[in-house]
Ligand binder design. Structure first.
Ligand code: MG
Length: 206
């Protein structure tokens, strides 16, 4: 079932490095625990809305990600109970000012500009996310192409792990990281995230 509520999560929690192919691309060691960070809900835009290229940013990247929408409040959720807390799945573009991420070391500024969290096009409630294709296209050209079976940390583990740190509330978004093939966007570029069984999220950079 596809549902299209107005998304207004209390928090958006993202995973820093969660695909084996992306870790290889960055020549980074596989982390032994998930690296998580937050984006503010004020960064959310919907399908078809514009990503604003901030003044002073030198490199603006797309990152295709599978996002989970929480459907029930939970704390210290056991891995085998995680399914009960998931409302559904959607596409997320973890837009990143890569130059500021490197400069600041803290990621808050680089990840948090207004419009840096395209989400949608809807929430798919009937989906087995264990091995689905995830892709991004820039101006129609394939840039990222992987499968969720390449996750370093599986969804049940990830949500259980995060829920031991912070109470998850209804509507909260958890993003599962991006695969290999990240790259920059320019003004006027059209970016599309496509996830098998969910659909396509399209936005333009202005
Ligand atoms: Mg990301």
């Amino acid at each position: 079932m596809k549902i299209q509520p107005k998304l207004s999560p209390e928090k958006i929690i993202l995973t820093g490095l969660n695909y084996k192919d992306h870790a290889r691309e960055l020549d980074m060691k596989i982390p032994d625990e998930p690296i998580i960070f937050l984006k503010p809900p004020s960064a959310i835009i919907g399908p078809g809305e514009n990503i604003i290229y901030p003044e002073g940013v030198r490199r603006l990247d797309y990152e295709a990600e599978l996002a989970i929408v929480i459907g029930k409040e939970g704390k210290k959720i056991p891995e085998k109970k995680v399914k009960d807390y998931i409302l559904g799945y959607t596409c997320l573009n973890d837009v990143t000012a890569r130059d500021l991420q490197k400069k600041d070391r803290q990621w808050s500024r680089a990840k948090s500009f207004d419009t840096f969290c395209p989400l949608g096009p809807w929430i798919e409630t009937d989906l087995d996310p264990s091995d689905i294709q995830i892709q991004s296209f820039l101006n129609g050209k394939l840039k990222q192409n992987s499968r969720t079976s390449n996750f370093i940390f599986r969804i049940n583990f990830l949500i259980s792990f995060i829920s031991k740190i912070m109470t998850l509330k209804i509507g909260d978004i958890i993003s599962t990281g991006t695969p290999a093939g990240i790259g920059p966007m320019q003004k006027n570029d059209k970016v599309e995230i496509v996830i098998e069984g969910i659909g396509s999220l399209k936005n333009q950079v202005v």
